[in-house]
Design a protein around this ligand. Sequence first.
Ligand code: ADP
Ligand code: ADP
Length: 218
Amino acid sequence: MIRLQKVEKIYRRGAETVRALRGVDLEIHSGEFAAVTGPSGAGKTTLLHIVGCLDTPGRGEVLFDGVSVDGWTDKKLTRLRREKIGFVFQQFYLIPGLSVADNIALPLLFRKQKPDKDRIATLARMVGLENRTRHVPAALSGGEMQRTAIARALVNRPEIILADEPTGNLDSKNSEKIFDILKGLNRSGLTVLMITHNANLAARADRIIRIKDGMVEA
Ligand code: ADP
Ligand code: ADP
């Protein structure tokens, strides 16, 4: 589904250079649930951003369904992200002044599309928030905030969810719940790639991708 070939990424800060990814070959298969683990600074977030076309590699290639996105314009990459990818981050990035329902609908509102009420209600139900749709984020628990963010990530019917430490700000009970929701979505066909420091959760993934010093460990 998504393939990385010899991907390298170097960041430059003044005179300093950081080799964040050093020749990553990786294939994400359609329908799998993969956990990305590794020490802080290993390159996990960089990898996720490149898989999600939020960032481009310095060298190497990213292929979606066999097609390289090398040289694509920002406009084309934005469309690819919108059509195929849902993002979930450690910080939930909800809009404080909007209800849960409107936060879920946000990707549609941004594009001046009128959200379908039934669809938003269905998404809220999928993450167990059917009784919270009128609440504002401040009235939610952390776990509920992340469930709102997951529903928002699903609004465009993505093929894959890319989650960067989605349980990083949650206690173990809420972490389990988020993981179970992602597992359930995966069972219904969604591909999931999730960065996590939580070894218990990683162990429950189909596959663990270990990153160290900018490389995938064999
Ligand atoms: P991880 O997610 O495993 O903690 P990251 O991908 O965030 O690792 O970072 C990998 C390396 O790249 C780290 O050394 C980090 O400091 C560096 N890095 C990440 N983003 C930037 C950036 N925008 N500018 C400079 N260096 C960065
Ligand atoms: P971390 O992994 O360091 O805890 P996050 O996972 O919350 O941080 O976010 C990773 C990076 O992605 C941040 O630099 C953030 O600015 C960026 N980011 C968050 N949401 C989006 C988005 N919707 N589109 C593009 N970049 C985003």
